[in-house]
Design a protein around this ligand. Structure first.
Ligand SMILES: [Zn+2]
Ligand SMILES: [Zn+2]
Length: 413
């Protein structure tokens, strides 16, 4: 069963359950849960999988789950969805707005979860009919945003026996019905840096008797990113951007300490390795010039997601097969971080962007904003795409080196 057959099967399957899946997504959207607190979400997924005759296994910390579909001697392909929400207030006026103050699915993980659930139900049917040439490992991963959930899945043996892994993420810059694909790095490294400064405080009338800490901190905030951009190859796109700064409590008092926090993002592995030492040296030189003490905490975040070529070709074949010709479009590496990168350090695989924008829509809200929403037809697209991807990878995996000719597109950009 390939090509048109699979397309027809998926159409028939979705005709029967697409509105139920949209309802499932809206329910998750109304009840978002933060990383490692996704108890209700996990229960909802487990209930649906169990009802389909599958045997989900909840991860040791109690949120997120893993579930195998099919068995036999064939290859094992993993499909991963992240299930956590963000500490961002929902600003949308829709019937399914978040009911949890300050928390919402602003990154579309409710969509990823629903797409993988729909895919799971379809694959369970295929397995029952004896049409699954191998095993599919469903990974409903907690806590992508913290990050840390991917490491939790791996520590629980989630990748053991897995030959290839795939995942996808909502992309409001791509039209619904299409998927954005790229060979090589598709997301970036993202680290966290905290700078603490201290020095003698005092009256703002006499800054010369103090370290004039707020002024010095402001210098650090502007000098570090500026100097960094002159120390590294601009093609590495190493960027330091501050997200929080705090110092002082009164207009006429110079404080004796302050703090700034930000993220360091980088497209290039070499620059990523050099970043902590370089930032520390720059920090020390600016701090010394203003006579303040400065300390830096540098926390390594996620590695870049680096898509394997053969896996991307499978994604292309799946997209062109069930979504139609031209459904896969080139996409660019983003400066966003994604903990899927950790999986790809262990097994080959690829990560795709799922279009969520209604064609012609002037300005779709970006992810991580309280206004972010999707064109819900992307759920059906996602199920078609992910199910076809799993089957394609199993078919190709069964015949190493003799797989059918894959559709090659020029994805250079
Ligand atoms: Zn996110
Ligand atoms: Zn996300």
């Amino acid at each position: 069963m390939r090509g048109m057959d699979l397309r027809g099967e998926l159409d028939a399957f979705l005709a029967g359950c697409e509105s139920e899946l949209i309802g499932f997504r809206r329910d998750l959207h109304m009840h978002p849960e933060l990383g490692f607190a996704e108890y209700r979400t996990t229960q909802r997924i487990a209930d649906k999988l169990t009802a389909a005759g599958l045997l989900p296994s909840v991860l040791p910390r109690g949120t997120g789950l893993i579930c195998d579909v099919g068995s036999g001697d064939g290859p094992t392909v993993a499909l991963r969805a992240d299930i956590d929400a963000l500490p961002v207030p929902d600003e949308k006026d829709v019937p399914y707005s978040s009911t949890v103050p300050g928390v919402c699915h602003a990154c579309g993980h409710d969509v990823h979860t629903t797409v993988l659930l729909g895919t799971s139900l379809f694959l369970a049917r295929q397995a029952e009919a004896g049409l699954l040439p191998g095993r599919v490992r469903l990974i409903f991963q907690p806590a992508e945003e913290l990050p840390g959930g991917a490491l939790e899945v791996m520590a629980a043996g989630g990748l053991s026996g897995v030959d290839r892994i795939f995942g996808l993420h909502c992309d409001p810059r791509v039209d619904v019905g299409k998927v954005g694909l790229k060979i090589g790095p598709i997301t970036s490294a993202c680290d966290r840096v905290t700078v603490r400064v201290s020095g003698p405080g005092g009256h703002t009338a006499r800054p010369h008797l103090t370290a004039d800490l707020v002024f010095a901190l402001a210098k650090i905030l502007t000098e570090l990113p500026a100097a960094l951009s002159r120390r590294v190859d601009p093609r590495s796109s190493l960027s330091l951007v501050w997200g929080r700064v705090e110092a002082g409590s009164a207009a006429n008092a110079i404080p004796d300490d302050g703090v700034a926090e930000g993220t360091v993002r980088c497209l290039d592995e070499e620059a990523w390795h050099a970043a902590p030492d370089m930032i520390k040296a720059l920090l020390e030189s600016v701090a010394a010039a203003y006579g303040i003490e400065a300390q830096m905490d540098y926390v390594r975040g996620v590695p870049p997601v680096v898509n394997e070529e053969v896996s991307v070709q499978m994604l292309i074949e799946a997209a062109e097969g069930v979504l139609g010709e031209g459904a896969s479009v080139p996409t660019q590496q983003s400066l966003g971080g994604e903990d899927f990168g950790w999986y790809l350090e262990s097994v080959p695989g690829a990560f795709a962007r799922l279009g969520t924008r209604t064609p012609g829509e002037a300005h779709a809200g970006d992810i991580h904003q309280g206004t972010f929403d999707v064109d819900e037809t992307c759920i059906g697209t996602g199920v078609r795409f992910l199910a076809a991807t799993a089957l394609t990878a199993l078919w190709e995996g069964q015949r190493p080196g003799t797989g059918e000719q894959v559709v090659m597109l020029n994805l250079d950009n």
